[in-house]
Design a protein around this ligand. Sequence first.
Ligand code: HEM
Length: 398
Amino acid sequence: MAPHVSYPLQDVPGIDISPVVRDLIDRGPVHPVDTAGGRIGWLVTGHDAVQEVLRDPQFSRAAMTGDAADPLGGAFEGPGAIVSLDPPDHTRVRKVIAASFTPRTITRLRPGVEVIAEQLVTAMIASGSPGDLVAGVGVPLPLMVICELLGVPYEDRATFSRWADSIMAISSISPDEASANKQSLLGYLHDLVRARRNEAQHDLVSLLAHTPTGDGTPLDGLEIANLCIGILVGGYDTTANEICNMVFLLCTNPHLMAHARTGSTGLNETIDEMMRWIALSINVGFPRKATRDTVLGGQPIAAGDVVFPDVIAANRDASVFADPHSLVPGRENQRRTLLFGSGPHFCPGAHLARTEIEVALSTLLRRLPGLRLAVAPEEVPWRWGQLVRGPRELLISW
Ligand code: HEM
């Protein structure tokens, strides 16, 4: 008999896929779940079905607004909150940021990311082994990159990151606290937009404040503030945890460490495979609502039903990835991972995240030839009650 599943799913320590989801994957592509809104919803685990939900506009993000079944509540709602918009509103906002995230633009950011990585690793070495990778490199690197990109002044970064962390909390803080922190962050960004409207600088907020949208109308201050929250929250916590999770995997899987140390192709293949395998979230995030009766993966879905596309489960679908629960760098179909989504909301920061991860790992491997965990793997403390999973602290030696 299929297990009874409630969504959001229970957190489990570590970064492997939840045992509940692993069990479901083998049973079929679409599964009934009880939602926090008190209705039946559908957890989608099959690769093709997840891709269909992400690409087909009949599964709407905008229709989820205010729905209690969304584990993140209203954290990503409001004008300009890109991930909660449907076309044509979505297209209008997406066009404004498109130019800032092309591979060519991000390639130009790479030298700056390399300097930051070098400085952080140097400082960690200077403080002596063992060091905490989370505080030393994992968190500050993406935070510095995103603040640099947006144009957030250096002295505001600590407060900025505290507010950002609380937006991704599923159960680690109260909904009132999360909502108050989101308002503070919105207010802060709104002020920044005003400042940049008066005096533009070389940063993304200035660009957003001065570029007309696809239909010619400029984004207003609140739209830009909400858009920046999407960019900040989408881009900082995810990348920070991915870097630390990957170092944990390298240190606990000698075949991965050996492959990553064979050169840039080996490192890239290892990163691709770790990206596919790591369950960066238990509750993958952005649910959609069916806007008409349909059939998904053989399962009838009624108009108004909520569907949860689980990209992590899709990355373990045996019909696409042979022996999906093993870590095999250089495997076939590597690029079919759905970690960065698919369709209109496909992660605009994918190339930037890739660059940051690659730079962080190559710098660590080069500067720390003896890189290893300073504690037993089972003693690593894991984050709890956050959307994104990763170690709270990762003590490494070199
Ligand atoms: C390892 C790091 C990252 C992962 C795993 C990730 C994953 C994702 C996924 C799966 C989506 C699609 C969500 C959906 O359709 O439901 C998404 C969207 C998004 N991501 Fe990322 N992301 C990462 C890094 C970044 C970075 C570095 C940035 C920006 C600097 C960023 C900004 C965004 C934005 C703004 C969206 C919304 C796009 C839209 O709605 O059109 N992400 N991300």
